[in-house]
Ligand binder design. Structure first.
Ligand code: HSE
Length: 440
């Protein structure tokens, strides 16, 4: 049988990796897919550079629409990124009857409903393993491997840039700004790192996992998103002293009120495997009622790790493209008529536990006032730590840090208690609040 023909839109880091791995492992990939898979056409604005990557046998053009219009192309890989031209091209490829493979989490998290509906109507597949956690086959695991389960929750380190920064802050005791500059110098962080450090990239990814796990539409606009820019070295140190590490987690949970969907810095018990995922690595925990807790670990970005996921999708499509569309794995794991309207709950309704750090005047009765307000709000304290003034670098001995760990309470209740504590004249700086998850 003649090889399936693939057109590649954008040949940067991931595109080059995809081309190289497909070529290097072509025999094994063909053995698994049942026929050859070949990239025969590439579109890139830098035609000369693209041609130097793929060699003279592959047609390179600067117009992505020429790839989509080519009747010989069966599958289009979109590696352009963003919501702009990438969206138009993906929809055009679908309309032209091409299957699509994309690593574009932003596009699918925001416009997934429209794109999957268009693909279903046209009877083509849109595959996106590379969009979440790079080389970790988490989409496959959630959509197929755990298909027997009623999934209860997912929690993941799904942004390598921020995990690298947090690891460096902890190891070296440095503040966020210093480590960010170092990460940019080393190429771990983009020149504009906003999507990573503000949690947006992780929120795109957890939005996709949430839809697959719980059978709800992709709803990025409902996600609570908080990044790591306000974290200080002191909080990382105090968390450590209490037996926790701080990680930027994407969390989605099934609760009686609906689905929680949130990204924020999170205290995680230091003894959990996921707390020990360091540097730019990714890891995802998924808890199903039958299987219990599972953990997936690996590289969340990079040329060949991401290519590994792109090619897995190419093989899936190659195996299934002649199958009746109704027999294929649904885009979001559930059949379109089984997608539910279970609501995503507002952050104020989320129930979790908290780490609070208050810089207070070191005077009689201050701690009693603070804990009294928590008691009045019905918020139960789990642990309290007070650091002596000499541990506060450069501060006068008249101030101290009080760190409080609470048991679970609703976010709205915590917000109200925080406002009252903040209003106390003896609370000298904005209170730091970091959510905590036991992940038991
Ligand atoms: N920028 C992402 C990260 C990789 O740092 O993990 C692509 O999603």
């Amino acid at each position: 049988m003649k090889p399936i023909q693939v057109g590649l839109l954008g040949i940067g880091t991931v595109g080059s990796g995809t081309f190289n791995v497909l070529k290097r492992n072509q025999q094994e990939i063909q053995g698994r897919a049942g026929r050859g898979i070949e990239i025969t056409m590439v579109a890139d604005l830098d035609v000369a550079r693209a041609q130097s990557v793929v060699g003279p046998d592959v047609k390179v053009v600067n117009d992505a629409r020429a790839v989509i219009a080519n009747p010989d192309i069966d599958i289009v890989i979109e590696l352009i990124g963003g919501y702009g031209i990438a969206k138009a091209l993906v929809l055009e490829a679908i309309a032209a009857g091409k299957h699509v493979v994309t690593a574009n989490k932003a596009l699918l998290a925001v416009h997934g409903t429209e794109i999957f509906a268009a693909a279903s109507a046209k009877g083509v597949m849109v595959a996106f393993e590379a969009a979440v956690a790079g080389g970790i086959p988490i989409i496959k695991a959630l959509r197929e491997g755990l298909t027997a389960n009623r999934i209860q929750w997912i929690a993941g380190i799904i942004n390598g840039t921020t995990n690298f920064i947090l690891s460096e802050m902890r190891d070296k005791g440095l503040d966020f700004d210093v480590v960010l500059k170092e990460a940019q110098r080393l190429g771990y962080a983009e020149a504009d790192p906003t999507f990573d450090i503000e949690g947006v990239d992780a929120a795109h990814k957890v939005t996709l996992m949430s839809a697959i796990a719980f059978g709800i539409p992709v709803q990025f606009d409902k996600a609570y998103v908080e990044g790591i820019t306000k974290l200080g070295a002191a909080d990382i140190k105090y968390a450590e002293q209490l037996g926790y590490r701080i990680k930027l987690l994407g969390i989605t949970k099934r609760t009686a009120a609906g689905i929680e969907l949130r990204v924020h810095p999170t205290l995680v018990p230091a003894k959990r495997l996921i707390a020990n995922v360091e540097g730019a690595m990714n890891a995802v925990m998924a808890h199903g009622d039958a299987v219990g807790t599972t953990l997936y670990y690996g590289k969340g970005a990079g040329s060949e790790p991401t290519a590994s996921a792109v090619i897995a999708d190419l093989v899936d499509i190659t195996r299934l493209h002649t199958a009746d569309a109704a027999q294929r794995v649904p885009h979001l794991a559930f059949q379109p008529d089984a997608i539910s309207n279970t609501p995503v709950v507002a952050m104020s309704e989320v129930v979790t536990s908290y780490y609070l750090r208050l810089r207070v005047a070191d005077e009689a009765g201050v701690l009693a006032k603070v804990t009294g307000l928590l008691a009045e709000a019905g918020i139960s304290i789990d642990a309290v730590l007070q650091r002596e003034a000499d541990e506060i670098s450069g501060e006068a001995a008249t101030q101290t840090d009080v760190i409080i760990l609470t048991h679970d309470c609703a976010e709205a209740k915590m917000n109200a208690a925080l406002a009252q504590m903040q209003a106390l004249p003896t609370v000298l700086q904005p209170i730091t609040r970091i959510r905590k998850e036991e992940l038991a």
